[in-house]
Design a protein around this ligand. Sequence first.
Ligand SMILES: [Cu+2]
Length: 147
Amino acid sequence: MRAYEAFGRGRLTAIAIFGLAVAGTVLASCGDDDGGQASLVTTKTPDEVVRVSLQEWAVLPEVGAAGNGVIQFAVDNRGTELHEFVLLKDGEELGEIEGIGPGHLETIRFELKPGNYELACLIKETEDNGEVEDHYALGMHKQFEVR
Ligand SMILES: [Cu+2]
């Protein structure tokens, strides 16, 4: 009986901890005023503009860091292949410009908090010979700091 009670309490404790963890997660995401990740893309007036060149096989921002706030990335494909521009944080995609053709310049704005981000091209193409060309693995990614 005693053992059973102990087990019962243990389970309740486990449930309570789980409940707190869930509540904590919910509070954390509610407390983050940006809400969902998609809302990091904005149409607000930029505080800063960062030019980024794409080429085979590199993502080359003209600066490695920017101040927090609204940052506009002006992305220029100087390569000969189709590329894209993706902003990542901890491996999660925060937004992207898909399919930027060679010679094209496109822009995207994000409202960003301080932290370490990554600029990348995530295109994976299967060549005629069956080989997969993975732009990220070939080197198309670069750390970017928001201060
Ligand atoms: Cu690419």
